[in-house]
Write a protein that binds this ligand. Structure first.
Ligand code: SF4
Length: 354
C-alpha cells in the first residue's frame, strides 16, 4: 500500500511551514545575498507564543554569534558580554552599576567562564575580566507566523485579537498567518476581519508551493510598543467598556527580541523530536522533498507531538536489541532520526554540532 502523507494536523502543517521558510523565505522578493533566515517554532514571550519564528540575519553576524556556542545566552550573559572590556579590568570598574546585588553579577561571570566565552582571572582577591569577542547585534529582523491550516470564520475570529495585540506591540517586524492554499480565486481568509498589517500566506503543504494573499505591513519594532491588557468591549455589542493598555519601552522590546532570537538559535525548529517518544518501536520518519517528518507506524501517519507522549496508548518500547551494541549503527530508528535532525539543526546555525 502506498503511504500517503497527509498534513491534516496543525503540527504537520507547521513542520512544512518551517521547512518552507528555511528554504524559501521571504514570501515575496528575495533576501540579500548575505542574508539568511533562521527558523524556529513555538517561541515567544510569557504572554504570547508564536507557531513559527523567522530571524533574519547575515552570515557574518551568524558566524560571530556562533563563537559563543550553541546554547542560548540569557539576558544577564548578554549584558555582561556587551559590557566586558577588551583589556583586563576589575569587574566592578568595567561593568555598569547593576540595580541588583553584585553577587549576581559574579555568578554570571563564573557561568561565562565555565562556558569559555569570557576570560576571567583572579588578581589578589579581585576578579578581573576580559572579553574574547564582542557579542554581536545579530538580529536584523524578527518575523512571527501563526499557522492555521484551516482558517475558517471561527478560527479567524479567535485569531483576530491575538493579531491585533501583535500589531500594537510591534515586537516582531512582520506578523503573518500561514494557511492552506485553496482553489478559490480570492482567498476566503481575506473576507475575515484580520488586521490589515498582518500578512496572509497560502501554502500547499504537499508541494510546498506558496503565494501571498495579503502582504504584511512593516511594524515599528524599534520604538515603544502598546501592550493591550484588556480589549474592553471590543468583542461585544453590549459591553461599552474601554480597552486598557500599557506602553512597552523600546529597550525592553529589544531585550525580548534577543531573548526570542537566542532561543531560536539554540532550538531551531527540528527540536520537536526531543519531546516525542523516539524510543517507541513505532517511531519512524518519512522523507519528503528532503525533509524528515516524524512518522508513526502504528497510526500510519504523521503523529502530533502531543500524541507522541508518555500517555500514548499505542506506545511500545523499542526492543532491547535495538539499544545494544550500537545496533545497527548507534541504536534504533528513533535515535538515528534524532541524530539526523540534530546534525541538520547544527548546520543551519552555521556551526558544527557541539
Ligand atoms: S505509537 Fe504513540 S508513542 Fe509510539 S510513535 Fe506512535 S504516537 Fe508516538
Amino acid at each position: 500500500m502506498t503511504e500517503q502523507l497527509r498534513y491534516g494536523s496543525e503540527f504537520a502543517f507547521e513542520l512544512r511551514v518551517c521547512y518552507w521558510a528555511e528554504r524559501e523565505w521571504p514570501p515575496a522578493g528575495t533576501l540579500g545575498d548575505d542574508t539568511v533566515a533562521l527558523v524556529a517554532r513555538q517561541l515567544g514571550t510569557k504572554r504570547r507564543r508564536w507557531d513559527t519564528i523567522v530571524v533574519e540575519t547575515t552570515r557574518e553576524a551568524l558566524a560571530q554569534r556562533a563563537q559563543f556556542g550553541a546554547k542560548r545566552l540569557d539576558d544577564d550573559l548578554r549584558a555582561l558580554l556587551r559590557s566586558a572590556p577588551d583589556q583586563w579590568r576589575y569587574y566592578r570598574d568595567a561593568l555598569p552599576e547593576p540595580d541588583y546585588p553584585w553577587r549576581y553579577v559574579r555568578e554570571t561571570i563564573h557561568e561565562a567562564d565555565d562556558r569559555g566565552i569570557l576570560d576571567v582571572r583572579k588578581s589578589g582577591n579581585r576578579i578581573e575580566i576580559r572579553r574574547q569577542q564582542r557579542y554581536p547585534d545579530w538580529v536584523d529582523r524578527l518575523v512571527a507566523i501563526e499557522n492555521k491550516p484551516d482558517l475558517d470564520a471561527s478560527a479567524a475570529s479567535a485569531l483576530q485579537p491575538q493579531l491585533e495585540r501583535d500589531v500594537a506591540m510591534g515586537l516582531a517586524d512582520e506578523a503573518w498567518v500561514a494557511t492552506r492554499a485553496t482553489d478559490d480565486v480570492v482567498s476566503p481568509v481575506l473576507f475575515e476581519d484580520l488586521p490589515v498589517a498582518a500578512g496572509v500566506l497560502e501554502l500547499d503543504p504537499a508541494t510546498l508551493s506558496s503565494s501571498v494573499a495579503w502582504h504584511a505591513g512593516t511594524l515599528d519594532s524599534g520604538s515603544f510598543g502598546t501592550r493591550i491588557t484588556d480589549r474592553g468591549g471590543a468583542d461585544s455589542s453590549f459591553d461599552r467598556s474601554a480597552a486598557t493598555f500599557e506602553y512597552v519601552p523600546a529597550d525592553r522590546k529589544s531585550t525580548l527580541r534577543y531573548r526570542i532570537a537566542e532561543r531560536a538559535y539554540e532550538r531551531g525548529w527540528r527540536s520537536f523530536v526531543d519531546t516525542m517518544r523516539h524510543d517507541c518501536r513505532w517511531f519512524g520518519a518519512r522523507e519528503r522533498d528532503g525533509q524528515a517528518l516524524p512518522w508513526c507506524d502504528s497510526y500510519c501517519r504523521v503523529q502530533t507531538a502531543s500524541e507522541c507522549s508518555a500517555s500514548c496508548p499505542a506506545f511500545e518500547p523499542e526492543p532491547p536489541a535495538w539499544r545494544q551494541h550500537g545496533w545497527p549503527i548507534e541504536g534504533g530508528p528513533g535515535r538515528r532520526i534524532k541524530q539526523l535532525l540534530a546534525a541538520r539543526r547544527a548546520r543551519t546555525r552555521g556551526r558544527k554540532k557541539s
